[in-house]
Design a protein around this ligand. Structure first.
Ligand code: ADP
Length: 327
């Protein structure tokens, strides 16, 4: 188990990490998600041993790893640019970590073939890396990271350079590979879909602090605050007074904002609320519908069929699915 406790790292007196804490459980995939500049890479570099904390503790199974050099932490690293060695063939790249561990050549050969099989590149050992596609290079980089059996796999935007359809495909495949080898993984990304697709839990980092850490489903259902709700892509943030106008009573006196997940809004000819359709756009599979409530405020929901602009739509709200917070 990885435990990062209250870690602070400053660059020129400005904290990149500001008392950040994070626990990654064994055999789990944990995403670390935040906007650009929020401290994600700094966190990963500190865990890897490439950056020394000014304060705080980083431990594996209760033992501090601070002061332990990068190659002795037993962590595997994979970055966006893969950094494959261009003059070595695929096998030579995958064998790199095993050679550093001074494994014998028969063990190295066996393990290289095993991981190439695992990442879907059996028989690729003799290929030159220059002849590979982007997706294949990414798999080689993954094989190289996994070959020495790292106790923790650290990935920094590993799919950032690939196009969308390939990214989606590889994400699902990576998740299955990690599960097959019972890997413990910390996956850094700024992309919500990537984090939600691959991770068992998602930690959200903002200005060097972890502000939320939950399963993707619970983050979506119960975001802790408005910033997190917006960052993960929830749209229907409404003031308590707007919701009161819609007949929804805030549950306690201090809640100022409620967020209605789009799936809690059902369009229905007998719905108890009315709105004007201000937008209806096909997004593949369903239409994203905007419902104008007046004074510029809108709610967003999804519909299997398109709606006419300016039509009056009726809808119901499943009020039990609204999450509330002070914002
Ligand atoms: P992210 O990975 O979320 O984009 P980073 O961890 O790279 O964020 O950076 C967090 C903050 O720390 C940023 O403001 C960045 O400019 C600053 N920073 C990161 N590394 C250095 C460095 N080596 N020297 C000075 N400032 C840095």
């Amino acid at each position: 188990m990885l435990q990062v406790s209250r870690v602070t790292i400053r660059f020129d007196d400005t904290p990149a990490l500001d008392g950040a804490s994070l626990t990654v459980a064994d055999q789990s995939i944990h995403a670390l998600m935040g906007p650009s500049g929020s401290g994600k890479s700094t966190m990963l570099r500190a865990i890897a041993g490439l950056e020394d904390p000014d304060a705080g503790e980083i431990a594996w199974d209760g033992r501090s790893v601070l002061g332990v050099p990068v190659h002795k932490r037993g962590f595997g690293l994979m970055f966006q640019d893969y950094a494959l060695f261009p003059h070595r063939n695929v096998a030579g790249n995958v064998a790199f970590g095993l050679r550093m561990q001074r494994e014998d050549s028969a063990t190295i050969r066996r393990r290289v073939n095993e991981v190439l099989e695992l990442v879907g590149l059996p028989g690729y050992g003799d290929r030159s890396v220059g002849t590979l596609s982007g997706g294949e290079r990414q798999r080689v980089a993954l094989a190289r990271t996994l070959a020495p059996h790292p106790r923790l796999v650290l990935l920094d935007e590993p799919l950032g350079a690939l196009d969308r359809s390939l990214r989606e495909h590889l994400l699902v495949e990576m998740r299955s590979i990690f599960n097959q080898v019972d890997a413990t993984v910390l996956y850094v990304t700024h992309d919500r879909e990537e984090a939600f697709t691959i991770a068992d839990r998602v930690a959200i980092i903002r200005d060097g602090r972890i502000v939320a850490d939950d399963t993707p489903e619970d983050l979506w259902r119960r975001p802790p605050d408005g910033w997190t709700a917006r960052f993960i892509g929830l749209e229907n943030l409404c003031t308590a007074s707007r919701l009161t106008e819609l007949g929804v009573q805030p549950p306690r006196g201090t809640a100022t904002t409620g967020v209605i997940p789009p799936e809690a809004i059902t369009l229905s000819p007998t719905g108890s609320h009315t709105a004007t359709v201000t937008g209806s756009h096909f997004r593949g599979g369903a239409y994203r519908v905007e419902l104008g409530l007046g004074e510029g405020s809108t709610l967003v929901t999804w519909s299997p069929t398109g709606l006419e602009p300016d039509a009056v739509a009726r809808f119901d709200i499943d009020t039990a699915r609204i999450s509330w917070f002070e914002d």
